[in-house]
Design a protein around this ligand. Sequence first.
Ligand code: OGA
Ligand code: NI
Length: 350
Amino acid sequence: MGSLSFFKIPGEFHRAPDPHPWKDLDHEVPVVDISSLEDTDSREGALQALRDACESWGFFQLLGHGIPRELSDKMMEVAYKFFDLPAQDKLVYCSDNVLDDVGFATNFEVSKSRRPSATWQEFFFQMCSPPCDPSKLPENPARYLNVSTSYGAEVTALARRLLELFSESLGLEASELAGRFEGELMSMRLNHYPPCPEPQLTIGIQPHSDINAFTILQQDVEGLQVLHDGAWVTLKPLPGALVVNVGDQLQILSNDKFKSVEHRGVVNGERARVSIACFYSPGLGARIGPIPGLVNEECPAKYKESLYGEYAKASLSMELNRKSALSTLKVDDQKPELPSTLFNLWNKHW
Ligand code: OGA
Ligand code: NI
């Protein structure tokens, strides 16, 4: 890119003003350690910490998760190497549908005219469970296939464990949530944010909540911010930790006990940043609504039931902005019954 300081970023990258101030209170973001769950006291402590984090922040840094550090580091390394390839080598994977098996995109938000501004980002995505066709994955770097396959399998196994822990921390049987995740999906998205000469003017990824059940993210350079108490709080990378956040489906299933919180990615002027986000969700045909065990007279169902696939398609057709799709399912919104609302939206945009 040459000397960054002489370079002005094009106007379409200028982000809309944000009403929330920026706070660097990284130490407040909860840390949850699940290394010693066999011990009854530690287990109770970890479940309590998990519950508190999901209720108050919707985010936590996870330690003791069991994914070997060496494998996480290799995954980061192959991701950086892939993004270092010349543009034409990456563009062969181009896709504008994130529900595809494998794809690469950069600023497709702008071409789809459904984003407030262009983002300082490119990304590559692939299905990990069920696994994508390996012949569609990058051949360069050479280790990409092996490393991403192992990492995807480890993260999926971790997600299944977390699903049990989320169940227990909601006071349910450990298997309750898993029973609703028929046809589980795990997709991985490698986000690349190149250094930016005017980082404060743009954004890496717009404020959004994740539409899936929960996300497991690895980052080595800071840039991820979570909205907490009306301010953006930076999640400082904690060595060996993975960032876990509640997504819309877990908020619905937990009947609003767990929060799917807005977050965004900011960019910096010094160095490239890669984050590896793994999105866990039920299958597209799964019916998602508040779990009956969490609904009672004091706490009536807050959401209508919907098919996850409809929710996903409707969300992807909306502007990536705040929590629009979640609010269409709110019972007290008095909106027309699903699925017609979502289908109308879908037809309008696709
Ligand atoms: C995402 C996301 C944040 C980051 O991919 O959904 O929120 O730090 N990424 O890249
Ligand atoms: Ni996200």
